[in-house]
Design a protein around this ligand. Sequence first.
Ligand code: KIV
Ligand code: ZN
Length: 512
Amino acid sequence: MDKLIIFDTTLRDGEQSPGASMTRDEKLNIARALEKMRVDVIEAGFPIASPDEFESVKQIGKAVTGSTVCGLARALDKDIDRAGEALRTAARPRIHTFIATSPIHMEQKLHMQPEQVIDHAVAAVKRARKYTDDVEFSPEDAGRSERDFLCRIVEAVIAAGAGTINIPDTVGYSLPFQFGELVGELIGRIPNSDQAVFSVHCHNDLGLAVANSLSAVRCGARQVECTINGLGERAGNASLEEIVMAVRTRQDVFDCDTEINTTQIVPTSRLVSSVTGFPVQPNKAIVGANAFAHESGIHQDGVLKYRETYEIMRAQDVGWSDNRIVLGKHSGRRAIMDRIQKLGIMIEDDEMDAFFAHFKELADRKHEIYDDDLRRLALVEADQSDQGVYQLIDLEVTSKVGTTPVARVTLARGNEQFDGEASGGGPVDASFRAIEEIVNSESELQLYSVNNITTGTDAQGEVTVRLRKNGVVVNGQGAHTDIVIASAHAYLNALGKLIREPGRMHPQLDHI
Ligand code: KIV
Ligand code: ZN
């Protein structure tokens, strides 16, 4: 039985989803969750993109020891040196370098002859090998590249020292039978193909990213690049949860398996959704709220008699919990700690007091605290990105049938306090305007969404706010049983990130 390597690119390609940008703290939290899930390789970012991205890759490389940490680099000296530098202190570093190989990309984007592209690729791999033995090469847009040319460039980069060859269907154009055939042909035709692991990286423009990846695995690929919830550029990448569970569930047709701890799938999916503000559609395979819900009476009856009549996987195996009522106002610190440990929630020792205080505050407003409430509280503790910017001190909103809502807000920044007042189309709109009276951020609100964390009218509402300023996009989150207060927290959380976040470069633009 071969091992199928899982290469997660949520923090790199996933972050290229318009509006999915993450802060350094958020990326580190996600990297830790991926490590806990036993992902083999974490693509932490594109170090040349910005100083902040560089620091983020460096920080993840140092903190994560159980997974290989990878940095992306175009086939350019400056990119490779930057990636090498960011990963210098990493326990298990990998450099992933790429250059486009399709006629359309070489002619229209790179303005390079095929021979020059081969020279760049070989030079890039050799340079990357000076920093680490673990080098991956991708011929970008391989799905639309000529096969003879692909064979030549791949043979050359393997000879130059690339140990992983990643075949991307960059524009999501391939069909499953073609893509599998492509990977099989490359492995069969390239004389030194046995000296590298073949990998695939599929985009979902035609909804075929997972099918294409699985087809390639059947034809010899032994690494799949994927993202949590299928996040990624445009229509996204192949979704990690679908790849892992398809291979695990259909061991009758796959001669390989992953080492993923599948019980971490749902918690990690929730974390990524909460950080990015991208909700998971209810009918999404594996991680959607309805993925294991049986509505029809016939199905319910069948499942009760014998689970396998209508279920091919067990909900617990992918991390769904029964979301028990666990605790309340009178629960002691010990009971809370015990539940946190059982749920696998990681809280640093120095954050425990604050966590406990927030728990008590929530329990005063909400009688029954569920597992999901605890998970949300842990996220708040982990996300310190709005600290030191604006804090919400007070918010008062008047809302009455037939009148325009008015909000009065008090914010603190350092030792100073500021008051703002504004009216708006609704209580949330008025609150945001009152905050802007003070902050005057000149940002544009791109998204406002509310999800309830648990059920019931006393449930906490989780609000995501997306702001954009000068091309920088950030997401802020807030949770509270009062939806207007949750909204104000989310807005301030986003503003905090905007104030700190510098601009970032896109890997597939501005090439060479
Ligand atoms: O889609 C793509 O081709 C990529 C490469 C950088 C691997 O993301
Ligand atoms: Zn991609």
